[in-house]
Write a protein that binds this ligand. Structure first.
Ligand code: HEC
Length: 258
């Protein structure tokens, strides 16, 4: 009895500790990102192909001028619903470095479906030099790399303020953002209404652009999400049938023994 009480008390302390640390995070420098509605996050949720393709368009036309996407090859885009011909056409818009050739020189050639997304800068130093000393991180895994990454990403993209509030001192070349830790971010506001003309005719509001590109980056961070959920569902069905069978067998066996 005593030991049980101690165990309960210990788990209470642990839970309170966890809740406490979360409050401490919320009270930190940045506002906690509000919950946003996503289609793919529920137990059976899947990615919406139109959102993914629009998000890819936003990444390509806006984010890719500063951010790399190192872990995605053009051919991976079949998973978000592009046909092989579409992918060939997308890849052909890019040039990648190849080589060395017979003279030992590196050379540029049009990208193929098997190539990875070319980075906008040759190296981190060049990236920093072009961005006032700040480094635009690779976006492939950013949704996984940040606490509550998906809501956070959407919040940062929609959380810019033209004027910092009251006495806030904004450093030269920095921008005010409600959700970025410390509120000063070197990235200028990347999205605004009509920043992209959507291929499918969807109205490009700031919220729509931020939503779509966030969904796309959720996919790049976790492309296996749908397969994982399908496997989970199959396992659940299997366990349900197995339990039913066990129950029937148990009843049969005990029926003879009574
Ligand atoms: C003009 C260049 C530029 C463009 C365009 C741009 N970014 Fe950035 N981004 C930056 C820089 C620079 C940083 C680093 C900011 C810092 O550390 O203060 C950054 C940081 C970020 C971060 C990291 C925030 C964090 O928590 O560290 C995310 C996420 C991000 N960008 C997403 C995007 C998305 C999505 C787009 C396209 C809609 C985009 N960016 C377009 C330059 C850019």
């Amino acid at each position: 009895m005593r030991a049980q009480l101690v165990a309960i008390a210990a788990s209470l302390v642990l839970t309170l500790g966890l809740v406490g640390s979360r409050t401490a995070y919320a009270a930190g420098a940045a506002e906690e990102p509000p919950d946003h509605d996503w289609k793919h996050t529920g137990v059976f949720g899947t990615f919406d192909r139109s959102e993914l393709q629009r998000g890819f368009q936003v990444f390509q036309e806006v984010c890719a001028s500063c951010h790399s996407l190192d872990y995605i090859a053009f051919r991976n885009l079949t998973e978000i619903g592009f046909s092989e011909d579409q992918i060939k056409a997308i890849a052909a818009e890019y040039e990648v470095e190849d080589g060395p050739d017979d003279e030992g020189e590196m050379f540029m050639r049009p990208a193929k479906a098997s190539d990875y997304f070319p980075a906008p800068f040759a190296n981190p130093q060049a990236a920093r030099a072009a961005n006032g000393g700040a480094y635009p991180p690779d976006l492939s895994l950013i949704v996984k790399a940040r606490n509550n990454g998906l809501d956070y990403l959407y919040a940062v993209l929609t959380g810019y303020e033209e004027e910092p509030p009251g006495s806030f001192e904004l450093a030269e070349g920095m921008n005010y953002n409600r959700y970025f830790p410390g509120h000063q971010i070197a990235m200028p506001e990347p999205l605004y209404e009509e920043a992209v003309e959507y291929a499918d005719g969807t109205e490009a509001t700031l919220e729509q652009l931020a939503h779509d590109v966030s969904v796309f980056l959720a996919w790049t961070a976790e492309p296996e999400l749908e397969v994982r959920k399908q496997t989970g569902l199959k396992v659940l069905i299997f366990i349900a049938i197995f339990t039913a069978l066990l129950y029937i067998i148990k009843r049969r066996i005990w029926a003879k023994l009574h």
